[in-house]
Write a protein that binds this ligand. Structure first.
Ligand SMILES: NC(=O)c1ccc[n+]([C@@H]2O[C@H](COP(=O)([O-])OP(=O)(O)OC[C@H]3O[C@@H](n4cnc5c(N)ncnc54)[C@H](OP(=O)(O)O)[C@@H]3O)[C@@H](O)[C@H]2O)c1
Length: 110
């Protein structure tokens, strides 16, 4: 069963903390290739190292993604498809809550 997961690729947005981090760990433990799509690269790299150690899965990667910027989204999409070419699971975890609506970033206001 586990071997079937080796080539499965998952993207998790906002995987550097909270539910996204726990989801990234759960998938790493199941031997998915995990792409942590995060805007806070410093924190994401620390968490990535933790997840690799806890899961004994070296296939956990950090990619920069700021969902408030269309440029960042396009860059992420290009890099991801160049490096992986396929996607099995997309977990849209990073989100905007009601209390953050007043500080909606510029790209999303257009
Ligand atoms: N926790 C709950 O009880 C609950 C209930 C219902 C729904 N949810 C939803 O579940 C999701 C995760 O919840 P959580 O409690 O784990 O949230 P959290 O701890 O606040 O984490 C949110 C994650 O999203 C990232 N993020 C926010 N805006 C981003 C952007 N523009 N680009 C890239 N990443 C961005 C954050 O990155 P930074 O570290 O860089 O800020 C962080 O990694 C959210 O969508 C939330 O609305 C949560």
């Amino acid at each position: 069963m586990q071997n079937k997961m080796i080539n499965k690729i998952a993207i998790i947005t906002g995987a550097n903390r909270g539910i996204g981090k726990e989801t990234a760990l759960a998938l790493a433990l199941k031997k998915y290739t995990v792409v942590m799509a995060c805007r806070n690269l410093v924190q994401a790299e620390v968490v990535c190292t933790e997840i690799k150690a806890q899961s004994a899965n070296p296939n956990v990667f950090v990619y920069e993604l700021d969902l408030s910027s269309f440029d960042s989204i396009h860059r992420f999409g290009k890099l991801f498809s160049e490096n992986f070419g396929k996607l099995n699971i997309l977990i849209n975890n990073a989100g905007i809550t009601q209390r953050n609506m007043s500080s909606l970033p510029m790209d999303l206001k257009k």
